[in-house]
Write a protein that binds this ligand. Structure first.
Ligand code: PEP
Ligand code: MG
Length: 878
């Protein structure tokens, strides 16, 4: 039997992407599981190779096979290719094994000619639509199949619009489009010295040849080389019948999610627009109706629609986002993919899929996007307060969370009022990409038009922004800057509260609350997360509020307490300044003695909240001048209080000025110069630990961290001060209190000499804020000024201060871990910087063998999830 090069979707299941291409295999799979899709066929990748082997020609038998395949599709659809009744039109698409942007675009509505266009016009009762499709087809064919630039044809349309005074393509009338079609054909004839092919088979063969040709075009070749795609793979061609939702009242189109993408609720969330094309829905021009409309009009179709959705969910084991069309009472799904969803919906769906037996717990953990997980921690309206409120309007629940603010009518207004400290709700008839700045600035977004896939809805969900859209009860007049609901007019001084989970709009402010993180879906998922991760998660906290919050989020200790933050309080800064300006050691010690009880109290609070978990306190780190006043009046006040002249104080401030303070007198260098600071802090840390241990009967586990170390002798010097101070206090207390001394690794030299440093350190904590700064030589405070140029010039894709630079800084981390453990096998290692709360970096730290990551309280759940995902992925890869 001779080789088969053309497969109908119905017979192609299981033949694989290698032969059918990704798209073809997908269409075959959908057909196989029973999804009604517009039928058609795939011409295989082997046919593509054959085309090249035959000297870039379609062999005769292949042409015949394709013609035969069309005949089958005609039979299946009851339509006629090129016929003067119920014409069969097809789309032609390329489809390689992997998706390849360098290749041919899609040609739609192939099969249109002077006869079929008239039939289409009649059948859709829409001459304008038919001729617009025809015009586009000629353009696509000329441009894509014949590879001719579209400029001249585009210009013809522009000239026509100009002549008629139209702004939009949609304003062009049917008759005018007819004329344009004539011009296009004339142009085609002049360019190619032949008539535009009216025979649909000729059109088809040209299109198929063009797809094969596109496999070898320069764009595709470059893409293939960049992505290591072998030339021998070839591309397949998919020929699929077109379905029209605009053929009258038994036709229509819509989009559907198999579950609610906003809340995750297990109900199909779908919209339907009778007698319309998909474009009408996506563009948000007409607000679609509830899917009930389909049930009312065509109950059988509705049933098939619901059954098919169930089928697809079961097959793909995930929530699906689908496009569908009904043509003359016949249902077709045009596409399905795993649907985008809010973080809350993702959580509920993952848990539900576990309950339904479709996925296991590990898979559920992997299904959650770690980086948007913190959006779950968004506020929602207080239930009691909400129960008392009456909605004034209801739209679609398009974006998560809840938001309250005064009405702003343009993006600029929202941005400006937000900058002035006002909370605003952006209200627009519909949004467009220019509105993004306003959407960012607003607490919530309300639109009058557009469905769940309109611009506002898609963007808001991506941002995790509360959004209610398609709220037709709210008549928004952007010019007058008013919203009218039920005859009542609201202005920029009125406050609206929007509930993104129900789509309800309320007048006035409603109290918001944080979600419950211990029970329900969050609690369930976090249990699976904690069962699977090996990396511990601590928090960076220096206030009781942060420490408490972090514990609620599941922090397993404090990984970094930046003590300097504690000195900025009103009642402390003065003593701090006195300490800095002291002329003698005695004066300095006197000022430190004032600070000591306050520090001690700070630590006691933190220890009590952490209830026996490790608390890592870092010694004073920033350059001292940061604590000194700049304003004349403050300088004067300080001078008076310490019995110095303004000049003397200014001189001292001048002395402390550094050309490059981040690389200056800071970190452990301060302890080298002023050991008494280190002594005071150690005293406060240990005394607080003794007190809390005695009070609670549970021994506190303090860790004392020395910042900015670059040399083992430097660490030893500071450690000696710490140990002498601490050991004396502990001996006096009679407690068996254990404390640990370690260092941050945040200077490249420390990473390079980690084996030496580890001999004096019980722990390492990587600080990639400084380590990145010093490795790149980029000032962390100024980097935002020039990083955008690095993005636009494609030198960097990510901010290395946010996501660990694995190639460079990561190499230092890896090396320091190995070197450190080579001389101290008990070395405990963590990380305590921005990248400690970033998912990709966390995966790296997991692989590097760290014991924990530490991050800001709100990122603790993110870090727990990312740590679990890293562990699960590693296991699955084995
Ligand atoms: C660091 O450098 O990464 C770090 C955590 O310390 P800081 O940001 O306080 O300099
Ligand atoms: Mg640092």
């Amino acid at each position: 039997m001779s080789k088969q090069y053309v497969f109908h979707f119905k017979e192609a299941y299981g033949l694989g992407k290698e032969l059918l291409g990704g798209k073809g295999a997908g269409l075959a799979e959908m057909t196989h599981i029973g999804v009604p899709i517009p039928q058609g066929f795939t011409i295989t990748t082997e046919a593509c190779n054959l085309y090249y082997e035959s000297g870039k020609k379609l062999p005769e038998f292949l042409v015949k096979d394709v013609k035969d395949a069309i005949k089958v599709v005609e039979k299946e659809t009851g339509k006629n290719f090129g016929g003067n009744k119920n014409p069969l039109l097809v789309s032609v698409r390329s489809g390689a094994r992997v998706s390849m942007p360098g290749m041919m675009d899609t040609i739609l509505n192939l099969g249109l000619n002077d006869t079929t266009v008239e039939v289409l016009a009649k059948e859709t009762s829409n001459e304008r639509f038919a001729y617009d499709s025809y015009r586009r087809f000629i353009l696509m064919f000329t441009n894509i199949a014949k590879g001719h630039p579209r400029t001249a044809m585009d210009k013809m349309l522009e000239e026509l619009k100009e002549e008629k005074g139209y702004k939009l393509d949609t304003e062009v009338k049917a008759d005018e489009l007819k004329e344009l079609v004539k011009k296009y054909k004339q142009y085609y004839k002049e360019t190619f010295k032949e008539d535009f092919p009216s025979d649909p088979y000729v059109q088809l063969m040209e299109a198929v040849t063009a797809v094969f040709r596109s496999w070898d075009n320069p764009r595709a070749n470059v893409y293939r080389m960049m992505n290591n795609i072998p030339y021998s793979w070839g591309t397949a061609v998919n020929v699929q019948s077109m379905a029209f939702g605009n053929k009258g009242e038994t036709s229509g189109t819509g989009v559907a999610f198999s579950r609610n993408p906003g809340t995750g609720e297990k109900v199909v969330s779908a919209e339907y627009l009778p007698n319309a094309q998909g474009e009408d829905v996506v563009a948000g021009i007409r607000t679609p109706l509830h899917i009930d409309e389909l049930q009312k009009r065509m109950p059988d179709v509705y049933k098939q629609f619901m059954d098919t959705i169930k089928l697809m969910e079961k097959h793909y084991r995930d929530m699906q986002d689908m496009e569908f069309t009904v043509e003359d009472g016949k249902l077709y799904f045009l596409q399905t993919r795993n649907g985008k969803r809010t973080p809350a919906a993702a959580l509920k769906i993952a848990c539900d899929l576990v309950d339904e037996g479709l996925i296991d717990e590990k898979e559920a953990v992997l299904r959650i996007d770690a980086m948007s997980f913190d959006k779950l921690l968004l506020p929602a309206f207080d239930k009691d307060d909400l129960a008392k409120a009456t909605p004034i309007a209801t739209g679609l629940a398009a974006g998560p969370g809840a938001g309250t603010g005064k009405l702003a009518f343009t993006a600029e207004e929202a941005e400006e009022r937000h900058a002035n400290g006002e909370k605003v709700v952006l209200v627009r008839a519909e949004t467009s990409p220019e509105d993004i700045v306003g959407m960012v600035a607003a607490e919530a977004v309300l639109t009058m038009r557009g469905g769940m896939t309109s611009h506002a809805a898609v963007v808001a969900r991506g941002m995790g922004k509360c959004c209610v859209c398609g709220c037709s009860e709210a008549v928004i007049d952007e010019e007058k800057r008013t919203v009218t609901i039920n005859g009542k007019v609201y202005t920029d001084q009125d406050v609206f509260s929007l509930d993104g989970s129900t789509g309800k709009v309320y007048l006035g402010t409603i109290k918001t609350v944080m979600p419950d993180l211990t029970s329900g879906y969050f609690g369930r998922l976090m249990k699976w997360v904690d069962e699977n991760r090996t990396l511990k998660v601590r928090t960076n906290a220096d206030t009781p509020r942060d420490a408490k919050q972090a514990r609620e989020f599941g922090a397993q200790g404090i990984g970094l307490c930046r003590t300097e933050h504690m000195f900025f309080d009103k009642d402390r800064i003065f003593s701090m300044r006195k300490m800095i300006l002291a002329d003698t050691k005695e004066q300095r010690e006197a000022a430190l003695a004032e600070l000591e009880p306050m520090q001690q109290k700070d630590f006691e609070d933190l220890y009590e909240i952490m209830e026996g978990l490790n608390v890592n306190v870092r010694l004073l780190d920033p350059p001292l001048h940061e604590f000194l006043p700049q304003e004349e009046s403050l300088i004067e006040e300080l001078a008076n209080a310490i019995g110095k002249t303004v000049e003397q104080v200014k001189d001292r401030i001048g002395e402390l000025h550094e050309a490059n303070p981040m690389m200056g007198h800071r970190g452990c260098r301060l302890a080298v110069t002023y050991p008494e600071i280190c002594k005071m802090q150690t005293t406060a840390i240990i005394k607080a630990a003794i007190n809390v241990s005695k009070k609670t009967g549970k021994l506190v586990k303090p860790e004392i961290m020395v910042p900015l170390v670059l040399e083992v002798k430097e660490l030893k010097f500071v450690k000696n001060i710490i140990c002498a101070t601490a050991d004396k206090l502990i001996a006096e207390s009679g407690l068996n209190l254990k404390y640990h001394v370690g260092t941050m690794i945040e200077i490249p030299r420390a990473a390079l000499l980690a084996d030496e440093i580890a001999q004096e350190a019980e722990f390492f904590s990587f600080g990639t804020n400084d380590l990145t700064q010093m490795t790149f030589g980029f000032s962390r405070d100024d980097v935002t000024k020039f990083l955008p140029d690095y993005y636009s010039n494609k030198i960097f894709e990510e901010d290395p201060f946010k996501t660990l630079d694995q190639n460079g800084v990561g190499k230092l981390v890896d090396m320091a871990v190995k070197l450190g453990r080579s001389t101290n096998k008990h070395l405990h290692i963590g990380v305590c910087c921005e990248t400690g709360g970033e998912a990709k970096s966390i995966e790296f730290y997991h692989k590097a063998g760290l014991d924990y990551v530490s991050c800001s309280p709100f990122r603790v759940p993110v870090a727990r999830l990312a740590a679990a995902q890293a562990a699960i992925k590693e296991k699955l890869a084995k």
